[in-house]
Design a protein around this ligand. Structure first.
Ligand code: ATP
Ligand code: MG
Length: 558
């Protein structure tokens, strides 16, 4: 698929590009160095795409650098599978990192900086329990109170911290805290924990460490080590910026990166929290992290989204400091625009019933095939042969015995045009024992292919496939995974799952050419929607199709 959507890919100006321009002009920065720092505790989602497009995009636009950094300080939740999927997704989105780094690459140096803080009297080993620490922390209205262990001597703290490292404390028995201010109006400054004990195997460092640094201590130092100029995170870390700066001011490191906060992307009707996504996967509510109903990058890919469409979405939503919720239709319109331009057309009948042309073979009704352009405006997408015979399939929704004038499809006694083919008139129909129509018999107007014939004015066009030359395949149709616009805010978000979000159509009649479709291909099934070949369940010669998006933004979902 070509990249016609999002050709204009330079990041539109935003408050961060303003800051960078100022910094470069005033000499506060000599080059732009960014990083994208996912925690490898799940697969990336559309919210991460916003951060990826910004961080890698800034590096591209300013000819700077962008590192992919795994923020891997929670060993029990992190996994190689996630590390691999993240690299894959970043590459797939079209970006290349300057360096690949891990916070764990810096564990030794981080440990050294922790000792420096201890030596400066700015950190202490606390033996309050995690519950007590929480109690002592106070609230937004009330200041916290000092831990009884706060005034230990430097020597005592050094010895105890070493004991922590040696594995002589159990988890929760001791931690290292920065000594700042238990009365600070910013709770994150009330002697934050900077190291804790965890006896868990780490994906990279295995069992080398049993103490792990906390995010707030690790992130700023990692940024400084890597020479990051602009460290972009989301708004909930606004208060933590004080701690970010405090750590860097109090250790001997020269580089002074700065943190900037932007709003998180919240997408209507979807979950963008790895923890909750993980729950959906673990509970078996979806078929893995790449379920096409999820807005993970891998889910969107399997759904038929192109990298260009996701980048275009991120360009359209922009970068601001105002938290807001973006409508799902904003994402959908990006892939629809892309596929409208780039996807070849094909005919697929999702709920087939037979259409028999009773006068097939008689004079003027003898066509056996057509050469059809794959795209109405794109000659470069070529053409294909579509066969026709006496028996076709049409969609059950395209026939009614009786209907009013609004119904522009096939009804008894009336005519309709078969796409690229004859005008036909429905004469009679056959029903099964339940009264369901299973076959329509019709008469074709001779010599009516591509021609207006006097006395025949069909009101509509319907699609069809040749029943004698098609293949019966599986098509997955999706609806929104949740029944509410903000499932993430629901008390029990699993209760908001839409039980009918996936419909498997096993007997769709697909035009013969689709049999050879392979993973990565997308089509507009005429009058039906955009569909792609599923990457998981397709086999050579037996593609399974997934609905990507409807042809039009029709109904309001919520
Ligand atoms: P999650 O709750 O999904 O784990 P997170 O913020 O903890 O989200 P990280 O892996 O730590 O996930 O995020 C990596 C980077 O992506 C961070 O810089 C983070 O700010 C950014 N990011 C994550 N989610 C979003 C989002 N919804 N919108 C914008 N940026 C995001
Ligand atoms: Mg996180």
């Amino acid at each position: 698929m070509s990249d016609t959507v999002g050709v204009e890919e330079k990041i539109p100006r935003n408050f961060i590009t303003d800051i960078i321009d100022e910094d470069l002009k005033e000499g506060r920065a000599s080059k732009v160095a960014t990083r994208f720092p996912p925690e490898p505790n799940g697969y990336l989602h559309i919210g991460h795409a916003k951060s990826i497009c910004l961080n890698f995009g800034l590096a591209r636009d300013y000819k700077g650098t962008c590192n992919l950094r795994f923020d891997d300080t929670n060993p029990e939740k992190e996994d190689m599978e996630y590390i691999n999927s993240i690299q894959n997704d970043v590459k797939w989105l079209g970006f290349e990192w300057t360096n690949i780094c891990h916070s764990s690459d810096y564990f030794e140096r981080l440990y050294g900086y922790a000792i420096e803080l201890i030596e400066k009297g700015l950190a202490y080993v606390d033996e309050l329990s995690p519950e007590q620490i929480r109690e002592y922390r106070g609230t937004l209205k009330e200041p916290g109170k000092n831990s009884p262990y706060r005034d230990r001597t430097v020597e005592e703290n050094k010895a105890l911290f070493e004991k922590m490292r040696d594995g002589q404390f159990k988890e929760g028995e001791a931690c290292l805290r920065a000594k700042i201010d238990m009365a600070s109006p910013f709770i994150c400054m009330r002697d934050p924990v900077i190291y804790r004990v965890r006896f868990a195997e780490h994906a990279m460092t295995k069992d080398k460490w049993c103490i792990y640094p906390m995010y707030d201590f690790t992130h700023c130092i990692s940024d400084a080590i890597e020479g990051i100029s602009h460290s972009i995170c989301t708004l909930e870390f606004q208060d933590n910026r004080r701690l970010y700066d405090w750590v860097l001011e109090n250790i001997s490191i020269e580089a002074r990166p700065h943190q900037y906060e932007m709003s998180r992307l919240n997408l209507e009707g979807s979950i963008t929290s790895k923890r909750k996504l993980n729950l959906l996967v673990k509970e078996g509510i979806v078929d893995g992290w790449d379920d096409p109903r999820l807005v993970t990058i891998s889910g969107l890919r399997r759904r038929g989204y192109t990298p260009a469409s996701i980048r275009e979405f991120c360009r359209r939503i922009g970068v601001t400091k105002q938290d807001n919720v973006v409508e799902m239709s904003a994402l959908e319109s990006c892939i629809r625009d892309d596929l409208n331009t780039n996807a070849p057309r094909a005919m697929a009948v999702l709920h087939p019933i037979k259409l028999v042309i009773d006068n097939y073979g008689e004079e003027g009704v003898t066509d056996t095939s057509y050469t059809v352009n794959n795209h109405p405006e794109r000659e470069d997408l070529g053409s294909r042969t579509v066969s026709i015979s006496k028996e076709l399939y049409i969609d059950e929704a395209d026939f009614r015995e009786e209907a009013n004038k609004q119904y522009k499809r096939l009804k008894l006694g009336y005519e309709v045009r078969l796409r690229n083919s004859y005008i036909v008139r429905a004469d009679s129909c056959v029903k099964d024992e339940n009264g369901k129509v299973i076959q329509v018999n019709c008469t074709a107007v001779p010599n009516s292919v591509g021609e207006n014939v006097e006395g025949h004015k069909p009101k509509g066009v319907i699609h069809w496939v040749d029943a004698n030359n098609c293949f019966i395949g599986t098509v997955n149709v999706y609806e929104n995974l949740f029944t509410v616009p903000n499932p993430g805010a629901a008390e029990d978000f699993l209760a908001t799952v839409n039980k009918n979000s996936k419909t498997v159509i096993e007997n769709a009649a697909l035009e013969a050419s689709l049999k050879d479709a392979v993973v990565g291909q997308s089509f507009q099934f005429e009058r039906e929607g955009y569909y792609c070949v599923d990457s998981k369940n397709s086999q050579p010669g037996k593609p399974v199709f997934n609905l990507t998006v409807a042809l039009r933004d029709t109904k309001k979902v919520f």
